[in-house]
Design a protein around this ligand. Structure first.
Ligand SMILES: CCCCCCCCCCC/C=C/C(=O)SCCNC(=O)CCNC(=O)[C@H](O)C(C)(C)COP(=O)(O)OP(=O)(O)OC[C@H]1O[C@@H](n2cnc3c(N)ncnc32)[C@H](O)[C@@H]1OP(=O)(O)O
Ligand SMILES: Cc1cc2nc3c(=O)[nH]c(=O)nc-3n(C[C@H](O)[C@H](O)[C@H](O)COP(=O)(O)OP(=O)(O)OC[C@H]3O[C@@H](n4cnc5c(N)ncnc54)[C@H](O)[C@@H]3O)c2cc1C
Length: 670
């Protein structure tokens, strides 16, 4: 036991940079680090936030435990008079999916984004004080991705000045909203607005669904939970629900009227803001999900990295720091490094692109407030594309981390199965990842077509202004070290992205209609969108390195991580880089050489690099990822805690094992 604890300490002593400074870089600022660190410790030390028993709870127990914790969170927020920032850190570190995620993450943002000032004044205080609990009811049984295809209707009744909310078909039942099944009292419901016999498409409405007195559904409302979901804990602590309306009436002023409104006379009036703002909550949440992706991936990487340094298999016996003969740490196998280190680099890359996306979103909101809608299409494309790219990579990465931990990774106590089950739906919710990439490709094709009209591309598409150069330029790499030059890397990624996009644009012209072309070429369009989004991540990582980064050795580590992120992408997408002529086969081989050399350079720093995430053992929730590396005794301890070990002889022995054994014995004797 001592040896293993010493072992991680030895790993930490090898770090060539200041972990404390890296923690600040990871957190985003000294202030963010201090607040998050304080709240993380507060949660970890409070037995009310215990979560190590989750895997063995039944669905009902799990749900009730999540309700208890959500109420306790609210109590602590008020008792400690936490600021909004501190409260959101508290909810984050409690790490239990419950209705509060949707209430704060979607219901409140939907009101902020789509309600008028007057409506916000009425509803936000109620929501902010938890006098009502809200959900976001958009998806239906029959339609999720195709929002325009939603069937729920909101028909204006001029006589009573009300909307009648109705579910005309089974497929129009709302299906999936979190917190809806058993908890929410109110919902932002997306329904087709019909007035004067005309259908104006999907709009948002604020609908009360349960009584605030006895919690029973209001007349005309049928509501319940949609059932168990993937994994044992994960999303099963939350009540994703179904909801059907039978001519439920709401006052006219509960239509969210920032984008358009219906007058007392039933006239539909559009305001000067683009109708896409109705989808504003999705832009907001997609940006948050990118940050979630870096957190989920970094958790998994932290577990797999620490465990890989503890775990030893095979190899000629080495001498450890105490001169004892020991086997090889699995982290020293080059295959382990080539699977793990790019994931570590990706966690950092996603962190920085998430930081930038948050800035982009804040900038968008400021512009929208000044009635400047010019950056909305780019913000939509960036949030959609990066949500897709980072969640797909993080979900795959978590799965890989679990395999990197061998058999023990499959144990619930590793924390990895539940992390995977909790995160993998991020590839679907807030927009299916392929559907979102198709939105990006639509934006790219539009940008390319506008190049011919002389319109200057801006922001993340600014590189397209250099299309003539990028289409024919040749990569200048001659030796492996040349791959460490950021401008060389950037140009290779720009060339690959624009060449894929331009090829799609040219191929689209060969079809009878754009619709037919988009449909036939959609796999290629998705690849072009991925290339563009990867370029964004690469360029934001490189930009981050151009900032003033303080701390002994910190910048050097980030440079190595950035190189690994970029070179590994080249390695994985070699087909694209070669087929577009963005690099040559010889340069690809030099990139692989350089990648191997970067792994060796990173090796002695990896434990410190995952320490810089500053995750408490409570938050990590993993025996394999423990800070002290004391894995084996704790695994053994955890095994004893399983309910099956409550009794020496299991329940069922007398009914099913003993009679069977007896029967077989008797048969043998006969
Ligand atoms: C361990 C970690 C745990 C983390 C736990 C977190 C908690 C989890 C909570 C999960 C909550 C989940 C909630 C949900 O899922 S809510 C439902 C979300 N639903 C979707 O995302 C649906 C996806 N579909 C869509 O977004 C759209 O319908 C789609 C964009 C696909 C529409 O395509 P369509 O071709 O029909 O286009 P439109 O006619 O609708 O659009 C026309 C133009 O509008 C532009 N556009 C589209 N969307 C937006 C937007 N959001 N903002 C701005 N602009 C937008 C589109 O590009 C078109 O523009 P152009 O005409 O200029 O091309
Ligand atoms: C855990 C979880 C929580 C959720 N929470 C909420 C919530 O709080 N509120 C809410 O309203 N919704 C919620 N949702 C629903 C979620 O937003 C939808 O499931 C999501 O938008 C995907 O839509 P879909 O299920 O209709 O998938 P579909 O669109 O039916 O996708 C099925 C397949 O078809 C493909 N596909 C679909 N359209 C196209 C196309 N045009 N081109 C190419 N391929 C296509 C997809 O790529 C996918 O492979 C939640 C879902 C999950 C899993």
């Amino acid at each position: 036991m001592e040896r293993i604890m010493d072992h991680l300490a030895h790993e930490r002593s090898k770090a060539q940079f200041s972990v404390e400074e890296m923690k600040i870089i990871w957190a985003g600022s000294l202030h963010a680090f201090q607040v998050s660190d304080r709240i993380a410790r507060l949660v970890a030390s409070d037995p009310g936030f215990r979560k190590d028993n989750r895997a063995v709870l039944s669905r009902k127990e799990l749900f009730k435990s999540a309700l208890r914790k959500a109420a306790y969170v609210w109590k602590r927020i008020n008792e400690l008079a936490l600021s909004e920032e501190e409260a959101s850190w508290l909810r984050f570190y409690v790490d239990e999916l419950a209705y509060a995620y949707i209430h704060w993450g979607m219901f409140v943002p939907a009101i902020k984004g789509s309600a008028t000032e007057e409506q916000q004044q009425k509803w936000l205080p109620l929501a902010n004080n938890m006098q009502i609990i809200g959900t976001y009811a958009q998806t239906e049984l029959g339609h999720g991705s195709n929002v325009r295809g939603l069937e729920t209707t909101a028909t204006f009744d001029q006589e009573t000045d009300e909307f009648i909310i109705h579910s005309p078909t089974l497929t129009s039942s709302k299906w999936w909203p979190g917190g809806l099944g058993k908890v929410a009292t109110h919902a932002v419901v997306y329904a087709r607005l019909i007035t004067d016999g005309q259908d104006y498409g999907v709009h948002g409405f604020l609908v009360q669904i349960r009584s605030l007195d006895d919690h029973f559904p209001l007349p005309g409302v049928t509501v319940g939970d949609i059932g168990m979901k993937f994994g044992s804990g994960a999303f099963n602590s939350i009540d994703n629900g179904f909801l059907r309306f039978n001519h439920v009436r709401i006052p006219r002023n509960q239509m969210l009227m920032k984008v358009s409104r219906v007058t007392r006379q039933g006239k539909y009036v559009e305001s000067n803001v683009p109708k896409q703002l109705l989808y504003g909550a999705m832009v907001y949440v997609r940006q948050i999900i990118v940050a979630d992706a870096s957190i989920a991936l970094s958790r998994a990487v932290c577990i797999a990295t620490r465990y890989s340094a503890v775990r030893r298999q095979f190899g000629p016996p080495h001498e450890d720091e105490n001169g004892k003969g020991v086997e090889t740490q699995v982290i020293d196998y080059k295959t382990q490094q080539s699977r793990l280190f790019p994931l570590l680099a990706s966690a950092y890359a996603f962190r920085f692109v998430g930081e930038w996306l948050k800035w982009l979103y804040t900038d968008l909101i400021q512009k929208l407030e000044a009635n400047d809608f010019s950056t909305l299409p780019e913000a939509h494309a960036c949030t959609a594309g990066l949500k897709s790219l980072t969640t797909s990579a993080a979900a795959d990465g978590i799965k890989e981390c679990w395999k990197l931990c061998g058999g023990h990774g499959y144990l619930s106590s590793s924390g990895l199965p539940e992390l995977y089950a909790a995160f993998v739906p991020a590839c679907t919710y807030e927009g299916d990842n392929i559907v979102l990439l198709l939105q990006v490709s639509r934006f790219l094709m539009k940008t390319i077509s506008q190049l011919q009209t002389g319109k200057k591309p801006i922001g993340t598409t600014a590189y397209m202004a250099h299309v003539e150069h990028l289409i024919q330029c040749r990569c200048t790499v001659q030796k492996a070290e040349d791959w460490l030059n950021p401008s060389v890397i950037l140009e290779a990624f720009e060339a690959r992205a624009i060449r894929l996009s331009v090829a799609c644009a040219e191929n689209l012209t060969k079809f009878a209609t754009p619709l037919q072309g988009f449909s036939e070429l959609s796999p290629d369009l998705v690849e072009a969108a991925v290339a563009h989004c990867q370029l964004i991540v690469v360029s934001k990582f490189i930009e981050k390195l151009q900032q003033n980064i303080e701390g002994n050795g910190v910048k050097q580590q980030l440079e190595t991580l950035c190189n690994i992120y970029c070179l590994n992408l080249i390695h994985k997408h070699l087909g694209d880089f070669l087929s577009t002529g963005s690099i040559s086969p010889k340069q690809a081989s030099l990139a692989s050489d350089q990648l191997r050399s970067r792994y060796s350079k990173l090796r002695s720093n990896v434990i410190a690099l995952v320490d810089a995430f500053n995750y408490t053992d409570h938050f990590l929730g993993s025996v394999l990822g423990r800070y002290d590396g004391n894995v084996y005794p704790k695994l053994y301890e955890e095994a004893w805690k399983d309910p099956l070990n409550d009794s020496i002889v299991p329940d069922g022995y007398h009914e099913y094992i003993q009679p069977l054994l007896k029967q077989q014995l008797q048969n043998a004797r006969l």
